[in-house]
Every structure is written in structure tokens, then in C-alpha cells.
Design a protein around this ligand. Structure first.
Ligand SMILES: [Zn+2]
Length: 396
């Protein structure tokens, strides 16, 4: 590791995130954000009261309807655990899967096993592959680290559409700050306008069927259709290791070896494109979350980061061959993309400045309908910037 890289004294986030800030004790803003969320979502009786109040409301608003909530599922730990919890809580979800063409066989069998065993209906949205492939290639050519944004935005839009079409008022959101943490904006940023601008510049076809999600959609679904998001996992002491064992035992769930590795493209993007081209190791985000919630030692995390690659070489090679072929690129085209100078979303038209300028208003409105802060705005909130000084402390 370069001696110029500076790291948080509590977690393992470091200056490979250019917007990281440290307080006078060398603690980063993501650790402060974690502490604030721990206060907002306490694992005690007060948190329980709020939680069961929301569960009752979901059931009340969904009474006499076929479903009372939408749950998105990828086949990974978090979303499968949400299905398991939904059954325990006697919720009646419509399970929704966004099939972007990159599912691993394990993901497909995990989704099938879980929905069949729990008796839930599954709706799978399959993308128009030619169009989606064109959009993925456009993001690769844009040379920003945001090449998984088309999937993230497509999932979000598909969940809202499924909720609206089935008269469902709640979307259960699978984020877990205790095990995932917050992705730095400079590592991954996405919105509907950004999607359109990248496709316009680097795509070779118009997006006609891709489920995009614009600011208009946010307001339409939130304020006109009254669809709320609910972060179920925020209310649970979520221990990743024991949850995996539980899912294996109860739902024949199989592990796939890495966070979001249920998709071949995500695995390759996180394990190869991000570290090789952008110097970003996303394991730092997950490890940091686990350190903050007491599930992983900091020294152990540093040992893994310093001594192992994000992806074994042979797997990187076989995934690379598969991805290049599936996207219809030549080796030269792919390696040209890998050599392009990294760029940032700030160089493209998007909603970032609007969101930043009006974050207080948008956050307040969003909290009214969602019991939570929009994920994209969390890091921009003033409270996360409290006690932050320019003093940087280096630890290794
Ligand atoms: Zn930190």
C-alpha cells in the first residue's frame, strides 16, 4: 500500500475515496454516519416499538389486497434474509427480481428455493438485452467507476413500478448499514439523468424500454402514489455469518463467496474493473461496516486487504473472457476501455447539484413518506460533517 494513502483510525476506509474526511481523532465521516444510524435505529425496546408500529401499518394498508409489500430479491444474503423475516412477520410480499442477464446459476437457484419454500409469488422483470448491453457498454466507455448504476437504477424503477401496478404501498429496502455501510459517492453515483446523458454520449441506441428512474418518478411514486420504502434490516442485529448458516439450513441457500457476487458482471466489476482501473477495493466498505458493528477485527480486515486480491487471478481471467464475449466487445476494445483515464460523474449532466442544493427540503419530504433518508443524500447531510477537521491521521 502506498505511504500516501491515509486511513480512518476506526475502520479501514481510506483516501482512495477522494471525498473522505477525518475528524481530529482521525475518524471518518462514514463512522460518524454509522453512529448516527445506530442512534436512529436502536436495537432496544424503543426501536422495537417503532418497528412493530411500521409492520402493523404495512399490514393495515395492505389488508384485503393480494400483497402488502414488494421485496426485491437478488439471491444474495440480504435479500434472501428479508424474505425469511417477511415470512416470520406474516407479511405478504410480492417478490420482484430484476434479471439483467448476468445472474449466476447459484442466484437463480437461491431465488427459486427461497420463494418456493416460503410460498411467495415471484415476478421477474427481464431486460431487453440488446438495449441493456448497449447501456452497460456506454458506461464502460464513459470511464467512470459507476458502471453498475444501470442495474441499480433498473432495480429501483422495477420495484416502484411493480408496487404501483399492484396497488402496493410499501417497498422493503434491503440495505443494511451494519453489514454494508455507505458507498462513497465518488465510488458509485447514479441517477436517472446521469443514465440518459451517458447513453446519449456513448450509447448507439435510444433507451426505449429500460426502466429508468428520474426525479419525476421519485415524486410521482412517493407523493402521488404514496409508496414508501422501509429498511427492514435496520431494525435487526444482523450478524452476517450466522444469517448465512440460517439461510443454508432453512432455505437451501448457497453462498457465492463475495458481497453482491450473485451477478457475474457485479463480481467482475468489483473484483477486477474497480481495483484495476480505478484503484477502488470495495471490500473496504463492507469490512468497515463489519468492524463498526463488531463483526470483524480491524487488524484481521487489514490483513485480508493487504494480503489478498479482491478476486483470484484465474477467476478474473475466466470472468473477463465471459464478460467480453457476452458484451460483444473485442479484446482490444475492452483493454482500450481499461486504459482510458478515469473520469467522474461530475463531468456529466446529472441531478447531483440539485440534490445537494435542496437536500434539506428533499430529505424532509422523503422522510415523511419513507421513514428514512434517501440513501444518496445520507452522506451529504450536515450532521455527517460535524466535528470534521482537515487534520488527517495516518494509520496502517
Ligand atoms: Zn471510519
Amino acid at each position: 500500500m502506498s505511504s500516501e494513502i491515509q486511513r480512518c483510525t476506526r475502520c479501514v476506509m481510506d483516501t482512495t475515496d477522494p471525498w473522505i474526511r477525518f475528524d481530529s481523532g482521525g475518524i471518518c465521516q462514514y463512522c460518524h454516519l454509522h453512529d448516527r444510524l445506530e442512534q436512529e435505529y436502536p436495537l432496544d425496546s424503543s426501536g422495537e416499538d417503532v418497528f412493530y408500529g411500521i409492520i402493523d401499518e404495512i399490514k393495515r394498508r395492505g389488508a384485503n389486497k393480494p400483497y402488502d409489500c414488494v421485496i426485491g430479491v437478488s439471491g444474495g444474503t440480504d435479500s434472501t434474509y428479508q424474505l425469511y423475516l417477511a415470512k416470520k412477520l406474516h407479511l405478504r410480499p410480492l417478490v420482484v427480481h430484476f434479471d439483467n442477464g448476468w445472474d449466476t446459476e447459484i442466484a437463480v437457484s437461491n431465488i427459486k428455493n427461497a420463494t418456493e419454500k416460503l410460498g411467495f409469488d415471484l415476478y421477474t422483470y427481464v431486460v431487453n438485452w440488446e438495449e441493456f448491453k448497449n447501456l452497460q457498454i456506454a458506461f464502460l466507455k464513459a470511464s467512470t467507476p459507476d458502471c453498475e448504476i444501470p442495474t441499480d437504477i433498473g432495480i429501483k424503477a422495477t420495484l416502484y413500478r411493480a408496487a404501483a401496478e399492484n396497488d402496493i404501498q410499501y417497498i422493503v429496502n434491503g440495505h443494511s448499514f451494519r453489514t454494508e455501510g455507505k458507498v462513497p459517492i465518488m465510488w458509485s453515483y447514479g441517477d436517472g439523468r446521469y443514465i440518459k446523458s451517458v447513453q446519449k454520449i456513448y450509447g448507439s441506441m435510444k433507451l426505449s424500454s429500460f426502466p429508468n428512474f428520474t426525479l419525476f418518478d421519485l415524486f410521482y411514486y412517493s407523493y402521488l402514489k404514496h409508496i414508501k420504502q422501509f429498511r427492514l434490516l435496520y431494525y435487526f442485529p444482523y450478524n452476517k455469518k450466522s444469517i448465512k448458516e440460517l439461510l443454508k439450513k432453512e432455505l437451501d441457500w448457497q453462498d457465492y463467496g463475495g458481497h453482491h457476487y450473485e451477478s457475474v458482471y457485479t463480481r467482475f466489476y468489483q473484483g477486477y474493473i474497480l481495483p484495476e482501473k480505478f484503484g477502488i477495493d470495495k471490500r473496504k466498505r463492507e469490512f468497515s461496516a463489519l468492524i463498526r458493528s463488531g463483526q470483524l477485527g480491524r487488524r484481521q480486515a487489514l490483513d485480508i486487504l493487504n494480503n489478498t486480491a479482491p478476486m483470484p487471478k484465474d477467476q478474473a481471467k475466466s470472468d473477463r473472457i465471459y464478460v467480453i464475449k457476452k458484451l460483444g466487445l473485442s479484446n482490444d476494445e475492452f483493454f482500450d476501455i481499461m486504459r482510458q483515464k478515469p473520469r467522474s460523474f461530475l463531468e456529466f449532466p446529472n441531478y447531483y447539484n440539485i440534490l445537494k442544493r435542496y437536500r434539506t427540503v428533499i430529505t424532509s419530504l422523503y422522510k415523511l413518506v419513507s421513514h428514512s433518508t434517501p440513501p444518496i443524500l445520507m452522506e451529504m447531510e450536515p450532521s455527517c460533517h460535524a466535528n470534521v477537521s482537515s487534520q488527517v491521521k495516518t494509520t496502517h
